[in-house]
Design a binder for this molecule. Structure first.
Ligand SMILES: Cc1cc2nc3c(=O)[nH]c(=O)nc-3n(C[C@H](O)[C@H](O)[C@H](O)COP(=O)(O)O)c2cc1C
Length: 145
């Protein structure tokens, strides 16, 4: 059974291109063999990641990611069975969300000290924003599977 997971986490230390680069290299190394696709977004000290694949593979990867010392406060926002992959084109797409504005209502609902708070914004809004960024060509460093 295919499933899709979305979690949020907080980077330990500043998110740099070097750190994100090593994470993406791991993802691109392991994900194809494990049948995982997805997207990794970064913004304002926070990671958002969507993982898709066989449920057991998604769970195994999430268990590994949970113990990764490069981030903390990992919060599972959603894990549901799906019929088709949303991000099947990418072993792990990468989107920089740091300077992205969200619709006014969304920001108000998820604001924490005026900063977009991925921990509380509705999952649907987060996914919609990712789709918008992908559609507008904001995906970086994303080899095709
Ligand atoms: C935010 C974040 C996202 C990650 N995403 C993936 C991923 O999609 N696939 C993966 O294999 N490892 C991912 N990792 C890395 C794993 O936690 C782990 O370090 C890695 O899989 C171990 O493989 P390595 O021996 O090649 O480093 C991620 C780590 C972090 C902090």
């Amino acid at each position: 059974m295919l499933s899709q997971m979305l979690y949020i986490s907080t980077a330990v230390g500043p998110i740099t291109t070097a750190v994100t680069g090593t994470i993406l290299r791991s993802a691109q190394l392991h994900n194809p063999a494990n049948g995982i696709t997805g997207v990794l977004c970064q913004g304002q000290g926070v990671y958002l990641q969507v993982l898709e694949g066989e449920r057991s593979q998604v769970e195994a990867l999430y268990a590994r990611i949970l113990t990764d010392k490069r981030h903390q406060d990992v919060a599972l926002r959603q894990h549901e069975n799906i019929r088709a992959r949303r991000y099947g084109r990418w072993a792990m797409a990468h989107i920089d969300m740091a300077n992205q504005a969200f619709p006014a209502g969304v920001e108000a609902a998820g604001a924490r000290q005026g900063v977009f708070d991925a921990y509380t914004v509705a999952v649907e809004q987060v996914l919609a924003k990712m789709d918008e960024l992908i559609a507008s060509g904001k995906v970086m460093n994303a080899p095709v599977v």
